[in-house]
Design a protein around this ligand. Sequence first.
Ligand code: SF4
Ligand code: SF4
Ligand code: SF4
Length: 203
Amino acid sequence: MSAPSGRQPTRRGALGMIVRIAGAVGLGAAVASIGRWAGGPAAASTTAQREVWQLDPHKCIQCGRCATACVLTPSAVKCVHAYAMCGYCELCTGYFPPDPYDLTTAAENQLCPTGAIQRSYIEDPYYEYIIDEKLCIGCGKCVKGCAAFGNGSLFMQVRHDLCLNCNQCAIAAACPAGAYRRVSAAHPYLLKDRSENAKESPQ
Ligand code: SF4
Ligand code: SF4
Ligand code: SF4
């Protein structure tokens, strides 16, 4: 596949983009955290409530219940992407199902049931994968595919700009892996990075 005409990204440009996007993800988490306490759906919680629910991406086995057990529809759980870990693979096993018909963006070649992952050409042989959170239902299919054959850069998180912070999280009660726990509201995300250890989000 060739790059769109008039748009020939270089490896250097791609790396610059990677840094920008990684920064945007970190900012997004921070913004989400601020929104969570400053007027998001869970604003009814008082500031005395200093813990929120989060899932540990290293314990998650992608059973699918994050999509179906949340009291919200669609779920407050969304897929996020650790760009620093991604291989920018042409054959992304988080994007394509096993034995895809073709390595194109045609709907029949996509693993995601809602088409929430955008695939774009960077530079031969690199492709970028961006999650559209509005479309993501938190099913974890892409996470499972990425973990099976890729670098494990796709993972899921409870988004605190959406989560109601229920006293007993319905997903935590249903989770077969015990992946949910209460974390400090000051560090509400358990992020993955190159070291592949889930880390609490920076303040
Ligand atoms: S319920 Fe638990 S194991 Fe299942 S997808 Fe959610 S975090 Fe992963
Ligand atoms: S496969 Fe599921 S978890 Fe991954 S982006 Fe699509 S809807 Fe979200
Ligand atoms: S705390 Fe409630 S809203 Fe948040 S993820 Fe769990 S069930 Fe969904």
